[in-house]
Design a binder for this molecule. Structure first.
Ligand code: HEM
Length: 403
């Protein structure tokens, strides 16, 4: 427990941190990667380039500073980050490295304003915050390694099948190379894939949601090929699409993540996805069909058109069941799509449509997709009176705020 004086200093520096937070974390990464280039094997370079990681870390540091005398209050956030850290194999010995460089960066950016007293308080506070992460993550490592079929770190998986699902999305069916048991997971969870690509200086790690129900002898991921001018071309997704073949080996960490379907409930479920955000929703849909066949589920998917719409046949097959209803939204359908009645609604999901078509009362809502899609859905649901505890969502990359 920190002494009252330290707590006071930490809390009084929150506004300063908020002002300089991003400059501090940007400097922190420069310093840390300068001294520990090996950590570039773990961090996502694309997120770094976009500054997304800086923002995620900065906002967590403010939050932690604000709640330094009551860190229990931010435990849900710590757990969410802890899942990501566990999936990346971040260990206790990494924390002092981050701490040292964070302190150096604070000193660098704040200069004389960062007195010895302030630096001393921050050193103590970082230790307290780091201890909470380390404790939460230790439980997660223990659970991942000791459950049936579980493991520690990265395990070799064979690409058993590679299936093209649309012009941009391809599924990979992964089986453990050791042919031993495979841990179960909760629908909505993701795995990390670690790739050592020839010609690349560092390894790359990416998270992909599992897109099939648990309980099979494989894990399935469905990967979108990332291209476009505003994001650094997805080195990993393009490599998976173009280079990885059936029979190849991929390094995979055990399933992680707290965006999961609550199967202890039997309330109606509405699953909404945009683009490749459908992957965790597929896992949730298939799980409901398999283990809660009486539970009502509405699957709403928005895609540009039929060419980029993955896993449609699978959903259409499930939608024949009494408890499943599916709707497809295309914002720019092709002639082919029109001719073959491939979609239900042209355009985007709207508040009015949701109000008319979806039984809002009692339902739990899960959604994933591009940020503008998620922002609209979130505001529609709030508008329609859905309470916060019934709204569940996940971002593709580093978490951000929807408001
Ligand atoms: C991700 C905070 C310690 C490595 C994250 C995220 C946050 C965060 C907010 C984003 C989570 C998300 O995407 O959902 C923190 C805080 C720490 C800490 C507050 C200290 C108390 C560490 C340490 C390491 C580390 C010690 C290893 C050296 C990473 C990596 C990611 C990550 C590699 C994923 C980033 C990416 O791939 O872009 N962390 N972290 N973190 N953290 Fe930490």
């Amino acid at each position: 427990m920190l002494d009252p004086k330290t707590i006071e200093i930490i809390k009084s520096t929150v506004p300063v941190l908020e002002k300089h937070g991003e400059a501090i974390t940007t400097r922190f990464y420069q310093l840390m990667f300068g001294n520990h280039p090996e950590l570039l094997n773990v961090f996502n370079h694309a997120n770094q380039k976009q500054g997304r990681q800086q923002k995620a870390l900065a906002s967590t540091v403010y939050a932690a500073a604000m709640y330094i005398d009551n860190l229990e209050a931010i435990l849900p956030v710590v757990k969410q980050i802890g899942h990501k850290h566990r999936s990346l194999n971040i260990k206790p010995e990494h924390y002092p490295i981050v701490g040292k460089h964070l302190l150096l960066a604070i000193k660098d950016v704040l200069g004389d304003a960062a007195t010895d007293e302030i630096m001393d308080a921050w050193e103590k506070a970082y230790q307290v915050i780091a201890d909470v992460f380390i404790r939460v993550e230790a439980e997660m490592y223990d659970q991942a390694a000791n459950q049936k079929g579980g493991w520690d770190g990265f395990r070799n998986f064979v690409v058993d099948r590679k299936v093209v699902e649309s012009d941009v999305i391809t599924s990979f069916y992964l089986k453990p190379e050791d042919q031993k048991e495979l841990a179960t997971f909760q629908p909505g969870q993701y795995i990390s894939i670690l790739l050592d690509i020839e010609g690349e200086e560092y390894t790359h790690i990416r998270q992909y949601s599992l897109s099939d129900a648990p309980g099979k002898d494989y894990y399935r991921i469905s990967v979108k090929r990332e291209t476009g001018s505003d994001i650094p071309d997805g080195i990993v997704s393009n490599y998976l699409h173009d280079q990885v073949k059936e029979g190849d080996i991929l390094k995979v960490s055990a399933p992680a993540g707290d965006f999961v379907l609550d199967t202890t409930k039997d309330t109606p479920v509405v699953l909404l996805s945009g683009g490749v955000g459908l992957t965790p929703m597929m896992s949730m849909l298939k799980t409901i069909v398999e283990i809660q066949p009486e539970r009502k589920v509405t699957f709403i998917h928005a895609a540009q058109n039929g060419n980029v719409h993955a896993l449609r046949d699978e959903v259409e097959e499930l939608a024949k069941l009494d408890n499943v209803t599916a709707y497809f939204f295309y914002d720019s359908p092709t002639e082919e799509d029109r001719k073959n009645n491939r979609f239900d609604v042209e355009g985007y999901v709207t508040r009015e449509w949701l109000k008319e078509k979806v039984e809002i009362e009692d339902a739990d809502f899960y959604f994933c997709g591009p940020v503008p899609f998620m922002k609209s859905i979130n505001s529609f649901l709030i508008d329609l009176g859905v309470s916060e505890e019934k709204i569940h969502y996940e971002f593709f990359g580093p978490m951000a705020s929807l408001v």
